[in-house]
Design a protein around this ligand. Sequence first.
Ligand SMILES: *[C@@H]1O[C@H](CO)[C@@H](O)[C@H](O)[C@H]1NC(C)=O
Ligand SMILES: *[C@@H]1O[C@H](CO)[C@@H](O)[C@H](O)[C@H]1NC(C)=O
Length: 320
Amino acid sequence: MKTALLLASFIVFVFAQQGPITQDFQNWLSTNGYSSDDFVRADLGSAGSYGGRNAPTDKVVKNPVIFIHGNSDAALYYNSESTGWTNSVKYFLGKGYTTQELYATTWGDADPLNAGTRVHDCATLGRLRRWVEAIMKYTNATKIAVITHSMGVTLGRKIIQGGSVTGDNCNLGPSLIPNVDTYVGLAGGNYGLCSCEGGDAFISATCNQKNGFWPGDSCGLNTLTCGEVPLTFPCDPTSVTYSSFLSVLNSNNAKEAAYLFSAWSIADNLILYEDQVWGRPTSLIRNSTGYKQYLTYTHMETKELTAADQYNMVVYHTVS
Ligand SMILES: *[C@@H]1O[C@H](CO)[C@@H](O)[C@H](O)[C@H]1NC(C)=O
Ligand SMILES: *[C@@H]1O[C@H](CO)[C@@H](O)[C@H](O)[C@H]1NC(C)=O
C-alpha cells in the first residue's frame, strides 16, 4: 500500500514536469479566443509549453511564475541546444509550486540556425503579451513573477512596460508593472551585444540598429571596440547611440517589477567580453533591486544551473 502510494506520487511528480499545457488550460484558451496564438506548440511535442490546472477545482495559491526563454530555445527541454526551463520547473515543483503556478510557451522555432533572423517585433511581442494576459485571466492572479533568459529578457521587459513598439506598428496596451512582483533577467543583452557592432548590424537581422542587438559603433574615441576591457579611451556609455528599441526600453525609468533582479556570467560564451558593452555589464538591467555575477557559467548554464537563485529572487526577494 505504502509502496503503491509512493509509486503513485512519483509518477505524478514525473509527469508534472512535462508539457504541453494541461487540457484544462487548453480548453480555456480556445473558449477565450487564444486559439490562433498556438500557445500549446504541439509541433515541439511535450517541450512546446507548460502550465495549467489538471482539474478545474485546482487552486492557484502562489503568484504564478511565467518563464520566457531566449533566442532559439524552447519552453522545456527539446534537445541539448534548446534546454528550456525544465530545470527551473523541477526545482519550483520540488519547493511546492504546482503546474497551475508555473507557465512557459515557446516563441520561435527552437532552431539555432535561424537565430540571426529574430528581432523585437510586434508579432513576437504581441503574442507573448497575450500569453501573459491569458495567464493572468486564467489564474485570476493580480501579481505574477517573470523569469527571463537571453533575448527573453528584453522581450519580457517590453511586454511588461507595454505601449508602442519602436520600429514596428502596434501598441501592446497598458503597463503591467503594477502586477509584477518580481522580474528576473538572466544573461540579457539590454545594451546590445558586442558581436553585433559594425557591419554585423547589417548582415544579421538580430543585430539590426532598429529593433535588434546593435550596441553602437563608438563611445568617445573608442571605435568598434565595444567589448574591450578596459576601454582604451575614456567613454560615457550613456552617450552611445545603440539599438533604438533597446535605448527606448532602457530610457523608461519605471522598474519592470517591485523587485527587479539581474544575473549574468563573466564566462558567457555568447555575450562574450565578460558581459561588458562599452564598459558596463549589458545584462545589468537599470534600477535592479539586486544582481548576481557568476564566474564560470556558459550562456545556457546561467539559466540551467541557477534555479535555486531564481527561486530565492522570486520567493524571498534576495540574491545570495
Ligand atoms: C477564476 O475565476 C473564475 C470566475 O470566478 C473561476 O471560474 C475560476 O475557477 C477561477 N480560476 C482559478 C484558477 O481559480
Ligand atoms: C531608475 O533610475 C533612474 C536613473 O538613475 C532614476 O532617475 C529613476 O528614478 C529610477 N526609477 C525608479 C523607479 O527607481
